[in-house]
Design a protein around this ligand. Structure first.
Ligand code: UD1
Length: 429
């Protein structure tokens, strides 16, 4: 198994290009199931999760072609992909595939909308909490689907097609909002989704669906209205920049010190994290080219924060923020409100000398003056990145094991950080 070796202590200086957002790419790819025409997606990041979803969609009959690379691009950078689901050959999504990537459960929405049936495995356990699917089922039932759970599978049917309905989510969920929208676009009549997720990735999906001929308004607010149409067409859409990758590298610069341009990043999707970064002690400026983050010598300050649905502080940056404040002066308090078991990085950060106390969903981080390199284990995607951030400021060598977690969601980290002066290398297993 591959590992990442980091030698801490060097500041980061230079430019880091920001990739297309993983969490937008996945639902956008799944939206290709809604039409028999070709959906062209630009700025698709080169990630293990994207490769896996190509395979999963292939099983349903989606043909995926990669367009010619631009000069200077190699196999590890953004690509333009063409997805064509001329014919859906299978509405069955087996456990072996869905259990590898939770987001692949979302195919249930478009399959049901286009084919009137879907049999999709329950996603199964996940390292960051129970992550149930009850709200997906509730939403699809509101649109007229008949749903049974049978042998670990969600069996959904709408023989006469879906019809519009009123979906009121008791809790904000990104995944179920994506699915409700994708199902409603081909339903008869109007659907209203209340307490919808306002995440920028929901807006990106809605923008793409609108280009495909869908009638959607209100994406980005808590009430989304969808008027069903008979069919969708092909379209061309560029995936939004990854706000989680942006925030992660912004925190890395604050941790290591230095001056870095996060090229192509959008500050509009990151207001709360950037505000916090300034509170912690980094200088943040937005330019035409992206976001510039600087910290030169000044110490870091403690902060108090809770994760919240957008526009609050994202749970997907919680672990990275925790790494940063391990080095701050004073005590920080970080409350996780979205997932109930998303603190597995705490014990690994402790191996580097961090002083963190957990009490239920609240972590108290007492800043320490010095972190020391050690061997640590990546436990999930975002947690892995917190270990890299801590390693950048730790004395000596940090080895991060189980790097496959990182490769699911971060493109070329050793190159992006290495180009800015960090010693980060990949070691063969
Ligand atoms: C998505 C993101 C993930 C991010 C999360 C929160 C992708 C691929 N994943 O995950 O990176 O951390 O949003 O921003 O985009 N819930 C239920 N019942 C349901 C569905 C969800 O109770 O049927 C709960 C979940 O357990 C969780 C909360 O709702 O507590 C939010 O879940 P959701 O926003 O759906 O997260 P994901 O789509 O899994």
């Amino acid at each position: 198994m591959e590992r990442i070796r980091i030698v801490g202590g060097a500041p980061l200086n230079g430019t880091i290009p920001i990739s297309g957002a993983k969490n937008a790419t996945l639902p956008l790819m799944i939206a290709s199931l809604l039409t028999d025409e070709t959906l062209v997606l630009e700025n698709v990041p080169h990630l293990a999760d994207v490769a896996l979803l190509k395979r999963i969609l292939g099983n349903h009959g989606v043909d995926c072609m990669i367009q010619g690379k631009r000069a200077g691009q190699n196999g590890a950078t953004a690509e333009t992909i063409e997805l064509s689901a001329g014919e859906i050959v299978d509405t069955f999504a087996p456990y072996e595939l869905v259990s590898k990537m939770r987001a692949s459960f979302w195919v249930i929405g478009p399959l049901l909308a286009r084919m009137g049936e879907a049999r999709v495995s329950l996603p199964g356990g996940c390292a960051i909490g129970t992550r149930p699917v009850d709200l997906f089922i509730m939403a699809l039932r509101e649109l007229g689907a008949e749903i049974d759970i049978d042998g670990g599978y969600v069996v959904a049917r709408a023989p006469k097609g879906l019809r519009g309905g009123r979906i009121v989510f008791p809790k904000v969920t990104v995944g179920a909002t994506h699915v409700a929208m994708m199902a409603a676009v081909l339903a008869r009549g109007e659907t209203v989704i209340e307490n919808a997720a306002r995440e920028p990735e929901v807006v990106d999906l809605a923008d793409c669906l609108i280009k495909m001929g869908a009638r959607i308004s209100g994406a980005g607010t808590a009430t989304i209205r969808v008027t069903g149409v008979d069919r969708l067409t092909g379209a061309r859409h560029a995936v939004m920049p990854d706000r989680i990758e942006t925030g992660t590298y912004a925190f890395a610069v604050a941790m290591a010190g230095g001056d870095v341009l996060l090229e192509g990043a959008s500050s509009a999707t990151l207001e709360r994290p950037l505000e916090l970064l300034a509170e912690v002690g980094a200088e943040v400026t937005t330019t035409n080219e992206g976001i510039r983050v600087r910290r030169n010598g000044s110490g870091l300050h403690a902060v108090d924060v809770s994760t919240e649905p957008f526009p609050g502080f994202p749970t997907d940056l919680q672990a990275q923020l925790m790494a940063l404040v391990c080095h701050a002066k004073g005590s920080s308090h970080i409350r996780e409100t979205i997932f109930e078991n998303r603190f597995m990085h705490v014990q690994e950060l402790a191996r580097l000398g961090a002083d963190i106390h957990l009490d239920g969903q609240m972590a108290t981080v007492n800043g320490v003056a010095r972190l020391k390199g050690a061997e640590v284990m990546a436990t999930d995607l975002r947690a892995s990145m917190s270990l890299v951030i801590a390693g950048l400021a730790a004395e000596g060598e940090t080895i991060v094991n189980r790097v496959y977690h990182l490769d699911r969601g971060f493109e070329r980290i050793e190159q992006k950080l290495g180009d800015c002066g960090a010693t980060v290398e990949r070691l063969a297993g």
